[in-house]
Design a protein around this ligand. Structure first.
Ligand code: CAO
Length: 551
């Protein structure tokens, strides 16, 4: 076991490059060639490999540091049989030197394949693979052009990827793609034929197009700041760390290992938010993105997730006045998610009606003394619970849930009803079981007890589960109507507003009647409008003559 320095190898001509990702930490075990760091020049993102298999004992650089060939970036304790450090480093170094020795030849070859001076007209050119930053036999992962396309100098032709870097081969000419000579998966080396082009000559004695400095066009270049010099200026070079995503114009800032991971997991990098320096996408970002997508898909039952609805962009509110921020409570954030899920998944319709509760209210008020004896307050809620239970029994299409994955309707043989309770911590919905089997006093006592438990944060999870339907009453507060959001996977919810005295025509006269506004929101996939009107109709009959609740 011997400790050795990890040095920056030949950087394919770049002088100084920036460390954009530190992949390992002290204590990590690595195999030979496992990536240690990612560095980025204005040409490419490259992962620096472990020179030997072993344990990292020290990392001496951090993100943002500039390094050059020969710099020590850390220490590694070589494991067992992988042998002496020098033996391991040497061949690699030689290999690199061989590659850099080849560079002048490559340059010469590129110059040969660069456009020649012409005095007008067009000519055929075979575009060859330029120097690939020392890489050989690298597979084509993407062909960015089609036959017949017109391209400009520097437009990306194909993307190749070694296990260390992703490189885009730019066009050395402006012209038309005649024939593509490679396909995805082909392995390319410097000098291989790539494609044939018809190149338009602008004529005159102008300089060769390809001799001009390639204009920066990729994110890794435009962000600059690396201080790395272009490898060569004579001919266009492969552009590193680029990937042409499906949506045109979207740029992705990620290293080869991250791209590889994203491809393996099927993640679209254009949708992943980078948390690295300059918004660079890291492996953790890809993992987090995939995890969130899976969670959303599971929670949403595969419906309406990934709907592509653009998020709401927030302005800088402080430009309008003083603001302060506070974290959402867990309950607020859970409610927000539930509301949004329901709103996006359920086609909502709200049916409005009014019930004449004049008699019901006289009866309720007459129970005041009895209530005091029992220690229970009789509010309109128990009557609403009883009426809804009767309506659910009469119109069982409201007592269902939809299983869209299996294309099944789940019919419930029980009647449990949730009641929305306004608490200082947010909205909670305890559930009263078997409402159809309980009397008004029992319902009054149970709803008061559950509402109190909700306010005291004493509800158990089981007390908030299993509802078939929900009642949300704002009657004690005010308002004439509202459009409640269905508490999925239920298919309907009854909103109740404040009862008010109104003149009601009885056929010969206007009579003062206490009218209770009802707002029934329903999932239009499960319930049709006629049934919704029947449901509220039935409620108004039951509440209008509470004797019918006994039938
Ligand atoms: N019209 C007129 N008065 C009404 C009424 C109505 N529809 N509903 C209740 N009232 C009266 C009650 O009779 C009571 O008056 P008295 O004290 O004079 O008898 C008063 O309003 C307060 O009632 P309450 O709210 O204490 O009791 P409740 O059984 O009607 O409601 C509960 C219980 C838990 C539903 C309620 O307290 C609550 O939290 N409501 C808010 C629910 C909510 O926030 N929904 C919105 C969800 S969507 O964001």
């Amino acid at each position: 076991m011997s400790e050795q320095e990890i040095k920056v190898p030949d950087l394919g001509g770049a002088d100084e490059v920036e460390v954009i990702e530190v992949i390992v930490s002290a204590g990590d075990s690595v195999e030979m060639e496992d990536p240690i760091l990612t560095v980025e020049s204005d040409k490419a993102s490259v992962e620096l490999p472990a020179p030997v298999a072993g344990k990292i004992t020290k990392v001496t650089v951090k993100v943002g540091d500039k390094v050059k060939e020969g710099d020590v970036v850390g220490m590694i304790e070589a494991s067992g049989e992988s042998g002496g450090s020098d033996d391991q480093e040497e061949p690699q170094q030689e290999e690199k030197e061989e590659q850099s020795d080849e560079t002048p030849e490559a340059e010469a070859e590129e110059k040969q394949s660069a456009p020649k001076k012409k005095s007008g007209g067009s000519r055929k050119e075979t575009v060859k693979v330029p120097s690939l930053d020392g890489f050989d036999n690298v597979p084509v992962i993407e062909i960015n052009v089609s036959e017949g396309d017109t391209v400009e100098v520097e437009d990306g032709l194909v993307t190749v990827e070694s296990d260390k870097a992703t490189l885009e081969v730019p066009s050395p000419y402006a012209g038309k793609i005649e024939k593509i000579l490679v396909k995805e998966g082909d392995k390319l080396s410097e000098g291989d034929d790539l494609l044939e082009m018809t190149v338009e000559d602008e004529g005159g004695d102008e300089e060769e197009e390809a001799s001009s400095e390639p204009a920066p066009k990729k994110e890794s270049k435009s962000e600059g700041g690396s201080g790395a010099k272009p490898e060569k200026s004579e001919a266009p070079q492969p552009q590193g760390s680029t990937y042409e995503p499906p949506s045109p114009g979207t740029k992705v800032h990620a290293g080869p290992a991250v791209r590889k991971l994203a491809r393996e997991l099927g993640a679209d990098l254009t949708r992943v938010k980078g948390s690295g320096p300059k918004g660079r996408i890291l492996k953790d970002d890809v993992h987090a993105y995939v995890k969130s997508q899976l969670q959303q898909a599971q929670q949403g039952g595969g419906v309406a997730t990934g709907s592509g609805i653009p998020g709401v962009k927030l302005p800088d509110f402080s430009q309008f006045g003083e603001v302060e921020r506070e974290s959402m409570s867990r309950m607020m954030s859970a409610t927000a998610t539930n509301m949004q899920r329901s709103w996006l998944n359920v086609p909502h319709v709200t049916q409005f009606d009014e019930a004449d509760i004049t008699e019901m209210e006289s009866f309720r008020k007459a129970q005041k003394t009895a209530g005091e004896k029992k220690g229970v307050k009789m509010t309109p809620l128990p009557f609403l619970l009883k009426a809804c239970a009767a309506a659910l029994a009469e119109l069982p299409q409201f007592n269902v849930s939809l299983d869209m994955e299996r294309k099944e309707v789940v019919r419930k043989k029980y009647i449990h009803i949730g009641i929305a309770v306004d608490t200082p911590n947010g909205l909670m919905v305890p559930v009263i079981r078997d409402v159809d089997q309980k009397g008004l006093w029992e319902l009054a006592a149970e709803s008061a007890e559950l509402a109190q438990k909700a306010r005291d944060k004493q509800l158990k999870p089981a007390e908030m589960q299993g509802a078939c339907f929900t009642i949300t009453s704002l009657g004690g507060i005010g308002g004439t109507a509202f459009t409640p959001i269905v508490n999925t996977p239920e298919v309907a919810i009854l909103g109740v507003s404040k009862a008010a005295m109104k003149p009601v025509w009885d056929g010969s006269d206007f009579q003062p009647r206490l009218m209770l506004p009802l707002s029934l929101s329903y999932d239009h996939r499960a319930v049709n409008g006629a049934d919704a009107a029947r449901f509220t109709n039935l409620l108004t009959q039951l509440l209008g003559d509470i004797r019918t609740l006994l039938l």
